[in-house]
Design a protein around this ligand. Structure first.
Ligand code: GLN
Length: 503
């Protein structure tokens, strides 16, 4: 299909799927995109495309800054904000010839798991058979739905605790969270800095890989971006390819609450990997159970600090009814923040402020940091490849001194992305806060440890589609050691191939 036809089809789908509310700012019919697609088309015809993404429409989550469209973070606080610059990841896409396909809907500031906490109304996901409305997952639900319904070629999201992977699982698409520190976050609105990563949504691994390669560069604007020597060192530390791939199955993920279709898909995936020559090994990640609680202490703590800048003076929409001299005691701040933030964001700020207060610090914040270190350590105990950021490991390739050699560790872990099908919108509305948080139980550990992880759709056979939710599939997650992003994508491709998907 020609690039122009492809782009026009996306635009038409944006119109017909408008009720799904995947976009906060959709593409304008009259915008400059058509001209740019034409230019890309002629470069392609001459055999000189800028990149595989040249002329492709890529949607951007609305917490990633774009110069030509507003960036609202789905918040009333920023409802009329447009950034004066592009985030580095957006700039890199544009340099490669890609075109911003619009800004996607999300949970306000990335806080949520169902994309329903948006000032612009919830994202809607539909099951394939009935027209039952189900959760799109969150917080990058708009990006995932936009990809699933072909309203764009691919999309960027952000993943702090699972926000790219959970929506991917619920929409039957692929969602990739790279290792922490690989993709620049300059121009990405912070939620929880020690966890935030830019992620990629696509319909197959090959698209995801192209985008990842375009974005995976050092950025001096982002102090957490890995320096070129670190990147070179990670790349040179290659995997042994002479032996079969070793797949770890974390026993702690095999919980009673796993729904039968998810369990069946997990078994089928492992059997398929085995049939391609991989070996399967049960492994234990004992701290998994505590990871969710630690995440929900750490992420709000960081958020409460980050979001203090939205006070109506530095950032944020000030209540116009307030006089400039609204009075002592922070009245102006309180009024702006009380009106500008939605309920869930307010809850997170309160939680975070509490856990950072002097009396609660030891029991909550510091304790959660200890759990986080253990989660990291659990992963290091099972991976064949040493953690490149722990001293001494890089040279020896051995985790924890002599504890584990390359021979008995695993290369990647394979486990479900979510324990069950995507809940219906009604079910989500009936959930208590904590129940809403539980859906992140399988995605949060990799986030705490900064590991690369991809969610790939696996078809469920012989089950009613609405029982599954993700367009007849469930999400299978592949998690790798820090820096093993390529290995994770490679295994993702094998899993994708099982259902004849991919390119
Ligand atoms: N659902 C998680 C949260 O609400 C993760 C969100 C994310 O990754 N941005 O914090």
């Amino acid at each position: 299909m020609s690039l122009l036809r492809e782009a026009e089809k996306c635009l038409a789908n944006q119109k017909t799927c408008a009720s799904l509310n995947a976009f906060i700012t959709p593409l304008q019919q009259s915008g400059p995109w058509r001209e740019r697609v034409r230019e890309a088309e002629s470069r392609r015809e001459k055999g000189t495309p800028k990149s595989p993404l040249d002329g492709r429409l890529i949607a951007i989550k609305d917490n990633i800054c774009t110069r030509d469209m507003p960036t609202t973070c789905a918040s009333k606080m920023l409802e009329s904000y447009t950034s004066p610059f592009n985030a580095t990841v957006v700039q890199l896409l544009e340099n490669a010839g890609a075109i911003v396909a619009g800004k996607t809907n999300m949970d306000e500031f990335g806080m949520g798991s169902h994309s329903m906490y948006s000032h612009f109304g919830p994202v809607v996901n539909l099951t394939e058979c009935g027209k039952e409305k189900v959760s799109a997952g969150g917080s990058s639900g708009g990006s995932a739905v936009a990809v699933a319904t072909e309203q764009c070629y691919a999309a960027l999201g952000t993943d702090t605790g699972g926000s790219v992977r959970l929506p991917a699982a619920y929409t039957g698409t692929v969602g990739f969270k790279p290792s922490y520190g690989f993709l620049s976050r300059f121009g990405v609105v912070a939620y929880a800095n020690s966890l935030d990563t830019v992620g990629i949504h696509g319909s197959n691994i090959s698209t995801i890989r192209n985008i990842f390669h375009t974005l995976n560069h050092y950025d001096h604007h982002d102090p957490t971006s890995h320096l070129p020597p670190t990147r070179a060192r990670l790349a040179s530390y290659a995997h042994p390819t002479s032996r079969p791939l070793r797949i770890g199955v974390p026993t702690e993920y095999n919980i009673n609450e796993l729904s039968p279709p998810v369990r069946a898909a997990w078994h089928r995936t492992l059997a398929h990997l085995q049939s391609t020559g991989a070996t399967i090994h049960p492994v234990s990640l004992p701290t998994t159970e505590a990871a969710l609680a630690a995440y929900y202490v750490l992420a709000p703590a960081e958020a409460s600090s980050n979001l203090s800048r939205y006070d109506g003076i530095r950032f944020g929409t000030r209540n116009p009814k307030l006089p400039d001299n609204a009075g002592p005691g922070g009245y102006l701040y309180a009024h702006t923040r009380g009106r500008g933030f939605g309920k869930e964001v307010q809850r997170r700020i309160l939680l975070g402020t509490l856990s950072l207060s002097a009396d609660a610090m030891e029991n909550y914040f510091l304790q959660a940091q200890r759990v986080r270190a253990r989660v990291r350590d659990d992963f290091d105990q099972v991976f064949a490849r040493g953690n490149p950021f722990i001293k001494g490991d890089l040279e020896s390739g051995v985790v924890g001194g002599a504890k584990k050699g390359l021979e008995d560790g695993v290369d990647v872990l394979v486990a479900p992305t979510a324990a069950g099908r995507s809940p219906t919108i009604n079910e989500v509305q009936g959930m208590g806060e904590v129940e809403g948080y539980v859906g992140d139980v399988f995605t949060v550990p990799a986030s705490l440890a900064g590991l690369p992880a991809v969610s790939v759709p696996v078809r469920v056979e012989g089950e009613g589609m609405h029982e599954v939710g993700g367009r007849g599939s469930v999400g299978m997650q592949i998690i790798g050691q820090v820096g093993d992003d390529e290995v994770v994508l490679r295994v993702g491709e094998v899993v994708e191939g099982m259902d004849g998907k991919g390119t």
